[in-house]
Design a protein around this ligand. Sequence first.
Ligand code: ZN
Length: 108
Amino acid sequence: MQALDASRHQSEVLVAIVLRGKTECSLCGKVIINGDDVVATSHFIADKADPLWRFSDSAMHHSCFNEWEHRAEFVAKFNRIVGEITFGNGTYHHMESDGAIVVLKRRD
Ligand SMILES: [Zn+2]
């Protein structure tokens, strides 16, 4: 696995661009509309052969995400890859098991 370049990723907000009324949920394929609760990440999986790759720059309904069979794997992968990055202000991103991304202060 190629190491992520933290400085390059620093300027990226770790959320996919969700155009409500246009973007489709990558799990059910239905368009995400205003008021839908979504789980969205940036393109954090670089390996196209990874079965989770297409979900790494996408948006999913929160309800779809919660029922997703690969949810635990996706959350673990996010935390392994993105959680490793320390941002300029000493914070990192952590995904909760329900897909919520929280910003935490790195304690070393
Ligand atoms: Zn959905």
